[in-house]
Design a protein around this ligand. Structure first.
Ligand SMILES: *Cc1c(COP(=O)(O)O)cnc(C)c1O
Length: 521
């Protein structure tokens, strides 16, 4: 093979990376890290991985004018070639199963293998969403029991299980709020979103047709209660508050905020994606929240990112419960029998539902994993997980706040994540440079440039599943990088030096992505 691959590197020439320049290899491979061309470059259109009977050459008349006139252009590969291609690519990736993944707000905790074992049981794994419900009482039982736990843990009245991600849950909650307001003939137009809220919150409100307005953060990184109260009025439909917020802080005034919003006739949406920090310790229902999504894929350890789909059930207050979307599982009060309520069989339960958000019942595989996690931890274990997540984040905060600026470090302990800024960096060194240096040290970077209230933000969320040894290793790497950033070490600006690819032009890659492969002329 002597083709140029996607990176512009040619086999037989040294890879342009400073660590390799001293010891170039003819293959471009570095030790056991293998260079991998595109699948089109390895495969060829005249070979096949399987033996098929010779086609007759006659296109079926039923295809009419749609019969293909030329080849598909898809590459043919043998099975071992295919397996190696994807295995090699997977080794260039980073995953929670490889090491600490401190991506703030994403709760990249270990996914216990027990969850996987249960989710793979044929009785769960092989259920089809179109099976008659009389054949799947176990699956309905899983949904019902998980729903019970979510309602119990949050102190709310009901839960909509079908939303398939955090942001999808936000939309569900906002649609419930709109349905409730419309039901009382009260068309309100504005949703207030504090600066310390997650970016999806204003996006959700805008998507649902609301005007959004900012509420400033106070000097401690929390919602400015007085500014919020001053803005409340008959045009405000809801407030969307992330708690714990994106500065990694608990919104202590949550109850006062809810009371003020309710008094002004509005409703309270809480972004509960960071529930991991408070589970078993605070019940959002006691704080006056009307709707809150829970990210099963964060708090309850179901795989996410490249590892699997999300799931964002929304817990609802009594005021919003009647507006929840279909379908839902209901337990018959007398017989204890579980029924699935859909358009066809809904009676009064349906009257006020805002409708349907998704084709079926939600992410069954994630429900099974989340319930396994909950049952294997028990109430005391969940409470401890939250405590350990907070402890780990504070360990990082206090182990780094002498070498990095921690903007709200003075305000007391953080919750599940520690926030730093680029304040101490030498002129010309950026948060991006430090994050790229972290890749050289073998870690996935933290969340960067978010939240926006802090300059050059670095948001570090270790989660409770990291050991002290793992945290100490990360802290050692961060301390070294913080020193280099402070001293203006120019080599940071071209990091990573040891990754399969060095510094990319990310703006160019995002704005002008090359998404299709064309054969060389
Ligand atoms: C992750 C997250 C979301 C969005 O969740 P998705 O499942 O990615 O849609 C919303 N808010 C906060 C605070 C989050 O951390």
């Amino acid at each position: 093979m002597n083709k140029m691959n996607a990176s512009g590197w040619k086999p037989g020439t040294p890879v342009p990376s400073d660590s390799d320049a001293r010891h170039p290899t003819v293959t471009g491979n570095r030790a056991l890290m293998l260079e991998e061309p595109l699948i089109f470059e390895i495969g060829s259109t005249d070979t096949y991985g399987v033996d098929l009977p010779e086609p007759s050459g006659e296109a079926s008349p039923r295809l009419g004018k749609f019969a293909r006139k030329n080849g598909t252009g898809l590459p043919g590969l043998s099975e071992p070639q295919t397996v190696r291609h994807y295995t090699r690519l997977s080794r260039q990736n980073y995953a929670i199963d490889l090491g600490l993944f401190p991506l703030g707000s994403c709760t990249m905790k270990h996914n216990p293998r027990l969850n996987e074992k249960v989710a793979r049981m044929p009785g769960f794994a092989d259920v089809h969403p179109l099976q008659p419900t009389s054949t799947v009482p176990g699956a309905l039982g899983v949904i019902d029991e998980l729903a019970h736990w979510l309602v119990e843990l949050t102190g709310m009245d009901a839960v909509a299980m079908s939303p398939k991600a955090g942001a999808h849950g936000e939309l569900c909650g906002i649609l419930c709020i709109r349905a409730a307001l419309e039901a009382r003939g009260d068309a309100r137009e504005v949703v207030l979103v504090p600066e310390s809220a997650h970016g999806t919150n204003p996006a959700t409100a805008a998507f649902a047709g609301y005007k959004t307005e900012d509420i400033p953060a106070d000097k401690d990184g929390r919602v400015d209660l007085e500014a919020l109260k001053a803005r409340l009025g008959p045009d405000v439909a809801a407030v969307m508050i992330t708690n714990p917020n994106t500065c990694g802080l608990f919104e202590r005034d949550m109850k006062a905020i809810s009371d003020a919003v309710h008094e002004a006739g509005g409703l309270v949406y809480c972004d509960g994606a960071n529930f991991n920090a408070i589970m078993g310790r605070v019940r959002p229902g006691d704080l006056g929240v009307d709707a809150m999504h829970i990210n099963l894929h964060k708090t309850f350890s179901t795989p996410h990112g490249g590892g699997g789909p999300g799931s964002g059930p929304v817990v609802l207050s009594r005021a919003l419960a009647p507006f929840a979307p279909l379908p839902f599982v209901m337990k018959d009060a007398d017989s204890g029998e579980l029924r699935l309520i859909e358009e066809e069989n809904a009676g009064e339960e349906l009257a006020q539902s805002f409708g349907r958000m998704t084709a079926f019942h939600g992410q069954m595989g994630m429900f099974t994993r989340a319930l396994t996690y909950i049952l294997s931890h028990g109430a005391d274990g969940l409470r401890q997980a939250a405590g350990d997540a907070v402890l780990n984040a504070n360990y990082i905060l206090r182990s780094l706040d002498d070498v990095l600026d921690a903007p709200f470090g003075e305000a007391g302990p953080c919750m599940h994540e520690a926030l730093f800024s680029d304040e101490t960096f030498a002129e010309g060194i950026s948060t991006l440079d430090l994050a790229k240096g972290l890749i050289d040290e073998g870690f996935h970077p933290m969340t960067m440039y978010f939240p926006l209230v802090v300059h050059g933000a670095m948001l570090v969320e270790p989660t409770e599943t990291e050991s002290k040894d793992a945290l100490d290793q990360f802290i050692m790497a961060m301390r070294s990088l913080a020193e280099r950033a402070k001293n203006g070490d120019e080599t940071l600006k071209t990091a990573p030096h040891h990754a399969p690819r060095s510094r990319l032009d990310e703006a160019h890659a995002a704005r002008k992505p090359v998404l299709s492969w064309l054969p060389a002329q």
